[in-house]
Design a protein around this ligand. Structure first.
Ligand code: DGP
Length: 113
């Protein structure tokens, strides 16, 4: 497992920075976003460091993250939710450890801003 000590989300995985953990398994962590944009706003991350979706180089990691999204939403009876990945600074990525936002609990407009 790759750990980047300069990466905020790696430090959350390591337990160096506290987070409200919603769900986890050996590969994936789900925790509450510190700046929630909806009543439910969670971040799903691989526990190993990878800077964004474009940098993922194994299919297993996509499956692990997809499984985590299914598991955490099912555990919380969430059927209607949005997943968002900002890939690159111009797309809104501010933390460079791949994460998928899960948003729910209010009407979600389309198209997004
Ligand atoms: P993005 O802009 O797509 O890279 O999303 C990064 C998200 O990370 C943003 O919604 C706020 C959240 N975030 C930033 N710092 C922290 C932190 O220290 N703890 C938690 N729980 N979330 C954080």
């Amino acid at each position: 497992m790759t750990h980047d000590p300069t990466c905020l989300f790696c430090r959350i995985v390591a337990g160096d920075i506290p987070a409200n953990v919603i769900w986890q398994d050996d590969h994936t962590l789900v925790f509450a976003d510190v700046h929630p944009q909806a009543p439910t706003h969670w971040l799903v991350i691989p526990k190993t460091h990878v800077q964004n979706l474009s940098a993922v180089d194994n299919l297993e990691m996509f499956a692990q993250v997809g499984h985590a999204i299914q598991a955490v939403t099912a555990a919380h009876n969430l059927t209607d939710y949005r997943t968002v990945t900002n890939n690159g600074a111009a797309a809104g990525q501010s933390v460079f450890h791949w994460h998928t936002h899960i948003l729910a609990g209010r009407p979600l407009l389309w198209p997004p801003g």
